[in-house]
Design a protein around this ligand. Sequence first.
Ligand code: FE2
Length: 472
Amino acid sequence: MDAPRTRSSSFSPIFAGLLGLIFNAAVLCSGGITSSFVRVSQKSVDMPLDADVFRVPPGYNAPQQVHITQGDHEGKAVIVSWVTVDERGSNTVLYWSEKNSTKKLKAKGMVTKYKFYNYTSGYIHHTTIKNLQHNTKYYYEVGIGHTTRTFWFVTPPEVGPDVPYTFGLIGDLGQTFDSNRTLTHYQSNPSKGQAVLYVGDLSYADDYPNHDNVRWDTWARFVERSVAYQPWIWTAGNHEIDFAPEIGETKPFKPFTHRYHVPYNASDSTAPFWYSIKRGPAYVIVLASYSAYGKYTPQNLWLQEELPKVNRSETPWLIVLMHCPWYNSYVNHYMEGETMRVVYEPWFVQYKVDLVFAGHVHAYERSERISNIAYNIVNGLCSPVSDLSAPVYITIGDGGNIEGLATNMTEPQPKYSAYREASFGHAILDIKNRTHARFGWHCNQDGNAAEADSMWFYNRHWHPVDDSSAKL
Ligand SMILES: [Fe+2]
């Protein structure tokens, strides 16, 4: 039974009055809303290996861990990935459009496998289906002989400024009972996310001895019920690094890059950790918190070339995903994103990024539209200021992983922080047209349709009016 929830401003009249008597700092620092509700304060518990959600599909060499992601820059291709365990099997995907189910087409891909300390993976298949029609339901079949499995997906509408599209937002999911609640809650949300923007930290296998890669397999079987049917757009988090020199594993991102392919070539990226896609009305740029980003580095050069390419008449909504947040007022991971912010924030303001989503902190937080680009060390201008050309920063690392919630917040709540709450959940970004998008954060303890925090965001290019929830 969930405890009754209460939401309260950290600056109730009595509290603010008391604080004002003590010192004037409250005037400088009074932020937005902090909910005092804490669902659980202890660590979350991973689901046991024999849990239903980890069940291996029946049949000899049955494809398992099926997942899809966008396979090109425009949304006309899909990468289908799956694992076979008993033998290599086939890399071919059979697929057909709902509109023409008699015309079955084939796409052939590749297979890979890897070892990690004393673990050997199954056969990991990746096949890209290309030249799909927009706005079309496709069925696809993987496996051979008597053990095939069939799934389906719906392709996005053609890229365009006023096509509505609904994204889900999930981060730091892991594989606990709370993770399962988050995924179920997302799937049953009446707002119906059409694709997930995933902000990093997938399985948390590295929390186990020797980074037990069996937990990469169980995670992929757990999320199959969503990601086999709609693309999840992947961002690499710190739990994807799997750098373990103590057991001889010195190649960062080995399990992640073998298991999760992304279309980085399609956006002229040279590594799978930073890339971009267009999907409906959105241009989504994925950045890498754990790859070099300073001046002269490959990611920096790529982003410098990438931002001017975004045509807001074609894709009005410019969205950036990264794992480590730049604006985070929790004690956990406080200031960890600062060095990347210093390098890239001026570009985000210059190119009027609408929204930045991050994970890493196991809680929820939404900022005002703010920037902190005036600071140059000697001028002392070190506080974020209201900036209508700046993005809103949202931390959504509250998927429910084994490490538990981040409940310690810096106090008082900074002015740039509009709303923060340490509860598990997911969010929905419902883009309506070139000017308006509805955002809602959904807590696991609320009903399916309840939004614990919500906003109408106005597009920075087409409708750059003030959409702050409070004045700084
Ligand atoms: Fe993280």
